[in-house]
Ligand binder design. Structure first.
Ligand code: FE
Length: 181
């Protein structure tokens, strides 16, 4: 009948329309994924943030010790109680082992018993707070805001009489500069 022919035609038109539409969607999707891949490969960190001190991984590798490279550039963690600055009680300034930005003052260092240098506060303007999920749950990651180097993590079990914060920092991420007396 005429009705069934009409129905058949509209169905066919609908299928053709869908096919063209799907092709267009596929092309758009391809373009989007290509662009986002390019963006990813251009930036050296997950947020695309550009740091004041930017070096190639080869440059970092040649400048840093193996352990400092592992910590700063690969977000590794040195074994507890192995860092040379863990027990350091001298007066001075702790700077980034990557770019020498001042990060911590000796007057805010305390003995946490964790096995890593611990501070109840840092030099805020040179610190970046991030989140990592390396061990399955979110942790507040501490990074150098000048070079993006990984320093350690922040926890809320610090001294209750001061800030309550514990900046748990890898010794290999820091260089200690003693005060001149
Ligand atoms: Fe740095």
């Amino acid at each position: 009948s005429l009705v069934s022919i009409y129905n058949f035609m509209t169905k066919k038109r609908f299928i053709i329309f869908t096919e063209i539409y799907m092709k267009k969607i596929r092309i758009i999707f391809l373009v989007i994924s290509f662009v986002s891949c390019n963006v990813k490969s251009q930036s050296n960190n997950k947020h695309g943030k550009e740091y004041i001190v930017a070096k190639s991984e080869n440059e970092w590798k040649s400048e840093l010790s193996k352990m400092s490279y592992y910590v700063l550039r690969e977000a590794g963690t040195e074994r507890a109680f192995t860092g040379v600055l863990n027990y350091n009680k001298n007066e001075g300034l702790y700077v980034c082992a990557g770019c020498k930005a001042p990060l911590y003052e000796s007057k805010y260092k305390y003995e946490s018993g964790s096995g890593w240098p611990s501070f109840d506060r840092g030099i805020e303007e040179n610190l970046e707070y991030d989140v990592d999920y390396k061990i399955g749950y979110p942790r507040s990651e501490l990074k150098c805001n000048k070079c993006g180097g990984h320093l350690g993590h922040m926890f809320n079990d610090g001294p209750k009489n001061t800030t309550g914060q514990r900046h748990c920092i890898n010794s290999a991420a820091l260089i200690f500069i003693p005060s001149i007396e």
